[in-house]
Ligand binder design. Sequence first.
Ligand code: BEZ
Length: 210
Amino acid sequence: MTLHIGDTAPDFEAVTTEGTIRFHDYIDGKWAVLFSHPKNFTPVCTTELGYTAKLKDKFDARGVVVMGLSVDDIGDHDQWAKDIEETQGTALNFPLIADKDRKVATLYDMIHPNASDTMTVRTVFVIGPDKKVKMSLNYPASTGRNFDEILRVIDSLQLTSEHKVATPVNWQDGDDVIIVPAVSDEDARKTYPDGWKAPRPYLRIVPQPK
Ligand code: BEZ
């Protein structure tokens, strides 16, 4: 099933390193990241999972729960978790789905047959408190992802869910933002009585709202 931005993230029940979890109950009312990686006991995946575990405080600060997935069985996960802790210096601190039968991988279109019939590609889904998909990406097995970028996207998603703004290229939390085109100048003046910078009428730049 192809999932688009705005679709409801499908529910499922899965065996994970933290027990059996029903996804919608687990993420209920929270922001969530669900990501797949190709296979246990592979080098790039080992670095990705260790780094994601290191970011726990940053995900927590944003109210985000994280869940990983691979198409291996639960016994393998437990063994690999020890390797991750020993080689990356941080133990897994989020549930890792054991999707041996590829039920969840199929539901989320994580297997791209022209890349591999058996392994998942590197997908990331950011899901909002309303359980809608807010962002998705696919990377090939050979390219490790930048999980700091996932945090940056979450900062933008959380800001733009509260304010009628959008974030420009390479934006980082605290940088100036853009008033969305759907807001008229008249309405924008109510929110931004001090005005805005406008190098073009459609490009209205204001400090990031608090
Ligand atoms: C890796 O995680 O290192 C990896 C997995 C599958 C194919 C290539 C690399």
